[in-house]
Design a protein around this ligand. Structure first.
Ligand SMILES: [Zn+2]
Ligand SMILES: [Zn+2]
Length: 140
């Protein structure tokens, strides 16, 4: 029983997608880390107070459907559904990682953030001290 439970943890498959269903993901296993980001770009693309992402190795994520892409910086790419406008994922082209927004997953209570970035833009009404906080980026 315990062995089976451990297998489920390492090989768990979680699915997500955009609001209209044009785009779908499958993420296998556990994310490398989970982060919240208060930067102005995350705020604007999500239309929300912050972005929150489960960050997976690129090879652990498969995708189907079509997306539009905005080059948000030299290395940053923001992918979104061209039909419903949902944030699909973000990536830095130099990193072997895919940042999936936790709000896109089909299930709740999958992930809890490990840290918060760009706290100098955080809304003052959000709770503080729940996890490591960085004024801007965190060191990689
Ligand atoms: Zn959509
Ligand atoms: Zn951000």
């Amino acid at each position: 029983m315990n062995v089976q439970k451990r297998d489920e943890m390492t090989s768990a498959v979680h699915e997500d997608g955009c609001a209209c269903g044009v785009f779908r993901f499958r993420a296998t296993g556990k994310p490398k880390r989970v982060g919240m980001c208060h930067c102005m770009t995350c705020r604007q693309v999500h239309g929300s107070a912050f972005g929150a992402y489960a960050i997976y190795p690129r090879g652990d994520v498969t995708m189907s459907g079509r997306l539009s892409t905005w080059h948000s910086s030299e290395e940053g790419r923001r992918h979104f559904c061209p039909v419903c406008g949902s944030v699909a994922y973000m990536e830095f082209v130099s990193r072997d990682e895919i940042d999936l927004p936790i709000g896109a997953f089909d299930e709740t209570d999958l992930f809890e953030p490990d840290y918060e970035l760009w706290c100098r833009h955080r809304e003052p009404w959000l709770p503080r001290g729940a996890r490591p906080e960085y004024d801007e980026e965190r060191p990689h």
